[in-house]
Write a protein that binds this ligand. Structure first.
Ligand SMILES: Nc1ncnc2c1ncn2[C@@H]1O[C@H](COP(=O)(O)OP(=O)(O)OP(=O)(O)OP(=O)(O)OC[C@H]2O[C@@H](n3cnc4c(N)ncnc43)[C@H](O)[C@@H]2O)[C@@H](O)[C@H]1O
Length: 274
């Protein structure tokens, strides 16, 4: 069975339609895995969310930082940022159903020998451990205390993993790795400032996937989140955020033969204005 992994949609539903048409033309039964940031910044968050959900068992997703932001906005914890484009979801008749569906999605999943996350994986984690840690967050997100969890989720500390972490600190560290990391130090300490591409790697930092002795290196990790990195394809790392919302492209990769389908996108937001 063919599987396509698809990069950050960010509410670009017109391009999602175009992309799905192109996929269907070559592999109509293909399974789909979206690497998160289904919504926000783009013009059609509601339609995008509805369409991905309507794909049913054909598609799986992992949650991104913008999807978590939507949950926080929807439950009244966060005010929308000026650059957020979530109003159509907030006003939708099916808003509660959509939010419930979203908070029942994973932050990491393994399928067909690939590990899917939105942002990255800490060097101390194996692929199996990554999925287990994701499950810890999912259990809380799907339970009765999900709003209290989101309230404690924000923050950059602890920035380094320790198996002994517990409670809110443990969950925050897991969420930050799976949905926000780009660069880290050699010991896996996460950086949350640098957002540019590899040519601008700050001194003392490295992309998370180049951390020495990364224990998930035996599994191909597929991720999004890092639009300034762009399309990144190496034997065991595949980055698919090609900045559709910033005027780049929406990208899908056939994980069996690594062929690429891309759809050009108009610029919906200007970099640096968020
Ligand atoms: N635990 C948690 N803690 C904190 N926040 C959490 C959280 N969980 C969820 N969130 C939420 O995360 C949301 C986003 O936070 P931000 O802080 O805005 O996230 P970001 O990483 O800067 O941006 P993004 O995720 O859109 O990534 P991209 O590569 O496209 O863009 C990255 C940057 O690249 C720039 N860029 C894009 N294309 C560019 C180009 N062509 N040239 C130059 N710069 C470009 C953009 O301007 C942008 O600044 C917030 O709403 C927040 O609520």
């Amino acid at each position: 069975m063919t599987t396509y992994a698809i990069g950050d949609l960010q509410g670009c539903q017109t391009q999602l339609n175009d992309l799905l048409q192109e996929i269907d033309a070559v592999a109509p039964q293909a399974k789909l895995v979206f690497v998160g940031d289904i919504v926000n910044r783009g013009p059609r968050s509601l339609a995008t969310l509805r369409q991905v959900r309507a794909l049913g068992t054909r598609a799986r997703i992992v949650l991104g930082n913008h999807d978590l932001n939507l949950l926080a906005v929807a439950c009244g914890l966060r005010k929308p940022h000026a650059s957020d484009t979530l109003d159509d979801i907030m006003a939708a008749d099916d808003r509660d159903e959509l939010i419930t569906w979203l908070r029942h999605q994973p932050l990491a999943l393994e399928q067909d020998g690939h590990l899917f996350v939105h942002a990255g994986v800490l060097p101390q984690w194996t692929a199996a451990q990554t999925v287990a840690l994701s499950c810890e967050v999912e259990t809380v997100l799907q339970g009765p205390d999900w709003v209290a969890f989101l309230q404690k989720m924000y923050g950059n500390e602890p920035a380094i993993w320790d198996d002994r972490l517990q409670g809110d600190d443990r969950l925050r560290c897991i969420v930050n790795a799976l949905t926000r990391i780009r660069f880290c130090q050699a010991d896996g300490r996460m950086d949350f400032k640098a957002v540019e591409g590899l040519a601008h790697t700050p001194a003392g930092l490295m992309p998370w996937f180049e951390a020495p002795n990364r224990r998930s290196a035996d599994t191909t990790v597929v991720f999004g989140h890092w639009s300034t990195l762009g399309l990144m394809v190496s034997p065991n790392v595949i980055g698919l955020d090609t900045g559709c919302v910033w005027g780049g492209q929406l990208t899908a990769m056939n994980l069996q033969d690594r062929s690429i389908i891309q759809v050009r996108c108009p610029q919906h937001q200007k970099p640096g204005k968020n």
